[in-house]
Write a protein that binds this ligand. Structure first.
Ligand code: ASP
Length: 448
């Protein structure tokens, strides 16, 4: 038997890995800034845009209509471009991630670890949200709840939610940007490529090339982010002003304190203890993506930048390209906090006191609701209806917080993407350790 025959599908796997490595190297070369041309880093540009947007928004409060009519559309164009690139990015990056691992078991291990981490941290987030909202309960204003109206979204049963994850058509999930379905498609095709083996090597190459092309397109779109951020944020500030922030300030403050506590306590701890990285380094490296998430209020839109930040922090491409798109779709710690805090706030406005068992129900439903929340602006507010319904709270209460939803959203999205990144750092570190241990064992065995 010749060597090729004995290698079987492993031959293709190795080849796939080589092709992947080559493509990654060439992509890295391409992404390098031309020498001699010093440009302010994107994070700095985004930060300046953020500050300018707040100043301009405050100055334009009496001309909010102008800001909404003429400035916001440019922000919408930017968001549209991001939405356009997100489906191919998720599809190809997950496929490339799966084939690069060339081992279905490894994909399962990484996916399993990520999902467990995501669920646990989300449950922690809701618990923090509920605990703090209860502490602040006495400070919430008693608002008038008569005449509130909110169009209830159609409720979907838990079984339907599971059925809806699986695509029944190749094109629709992509045209509707249904990310869970796109992820399932990418996994099935990725696994099939691994199983086909050597014959699928051209497909591996094709997927990597497509991945590089879409990454390049994304890089071009991201260069517009300072303008996009300005145009998205300025109208929000002009419309809401300090007035509305003041009236709902307490509940906003509660949510923001929870966001910060969750990031500082939970992520710092996990990143340090399981990921082996200093939390300071982690948050510093994540700053560009966090600023972007804050201004765009979209986890999916922040995905490309999040990948870049995590890779710069040392996470492997293989892990980021799989764990981050998954997280942007199912992991929403900020959204879970928001849902917990708002449930208590709305209950308190209606003079309702929740029982401990109702609180447990909120933790469970908010965890599930956050999985079903799309990573786009405002999606978490729609899912809040499901949480309120689960404990019999009036859905119309959402109208109380709807006016300031964008402000909640900016913070919760920032937390959402930071949670995804912490998972990528941790999983990458665990994978690293595992392969080092395996290499050591192999070396010891060959020494014997
Ligand atoms: N805007 C959030 C996100 O993209 C989702 C939400 O509305 O909670 O992560």
């Amino acid at each position: 038997m010749n060597e090729k025959e004995t290698r079987g599908p492993d031959g293709a796997e190795n080849m796939a890995a080589e092709v992947m490595e080559e493509a990654a190297e060439s992509a890295k070369e391409d992404f390098k800034e031309p020498k001699g041309k010093k440009q302010m880093p994107l994070a700095g540009q985004i930060f300046i845009a953020l500050v300018l947007a707040i100043i301009a928004g405050l100055l334009m409060q009496s001309h909010a209509h102008f800001a909404v009519t003429y400035i916001q559309p440019f922000g919408t164009i930017f968001l549209n471009l991001i939405k356009f690139i997100v489906v191919p990015i998720v599809l190809f990056s997950i496929m490339a991630g799966v084939v690069s691992m060339s081992d279905i078991k490894k994909v399962g291990a990484i996916g399993g670890t990520s999902i467990v981490y995501y669920l646990i941290t989300t449950a922690c987030a809701t618990t923090i949200g509920l605990a703090l909202a209860n502490v602040f309960d006495g400070f919430y204003p008693v608002l008038s709840t008569s005449g509130l109206k909110f169009d209830k979204p159609e409720s979907v049963s838990a079984m339907d939610t599971i059925v809806n994850i699986f695509p029944n058509n190749f094109i629709t999930p992509m045209s509707e940007a249904n990310m869970l379905k796109v992820i399932v498609m990418a996994l099935i095709i990725g696994f099939a490529i691994i199983l086909v083996g050597e014959k699928a090597a051209p497909a591996v190459k094709g997927i990597n090339v497509c991945n590089d092309i879409f990454m390049k397109a994304m890089e071009m779109i991201l260069k517009l982010s300072p303008v996009g951020v300005f145009c998205l944020l300025c109208p929000v500030v002009a419309e809401n002003g300090p007035k509305i922030i003041g009236s709902l300030g307490m509940v906003l403050l509660t949510a923001y304190i929870c966001y910060v506590i969750h990031a500082v306590v939970v992520y710092s701890l996990t990143v340090r203890a399981i990921g082996g990285m200093s939390p300071f380094k982690f948050f510093k490296g994540m700053l560009p993506a966090m600023l972007f998430a804050f201004s765009s209020a979209s986890s999916v839109g922040t995905l490309p930048l999040n990948m870049e930040c995590c890779e710069k922090l040392g996470a492997s491409k293989e892990v980021t390209s799989f764990v981050l798109p998954l997280g942007a779709t199912i992991n929403m710690d900020g959204t879970a906090i928001y849902q917990g805090v708002c449930s208590i706030f709305i209950a308190s406005c209606y003079g309702i006191h929740l029982t401990p068992s109702q609180m447990v129900t909120i933790v469970l439903t908010a965890t599930l609701a956050s999985i079903g929340t799309a990573g786009v602006p405002g999606a978490g507010m729609v899912m809040l209806a499901m949480v309120l319904q689960s404990v019999g709270l009036p859905v119309a209460g959402i109208a109380l917080v709807a006016g300031v939803d964008r402000i909640f959203d900016m913070g919760r999205t920032t937390l959402n993407i930071t949670g995804d990144a912490s998972c990528a750092i941790i999983v990458s570190h665990l994978q690293d350790r595992k392969s080092k241990r395996a290499a050591k064992k192999a070396a010891a065995q060959s020494g014997n």
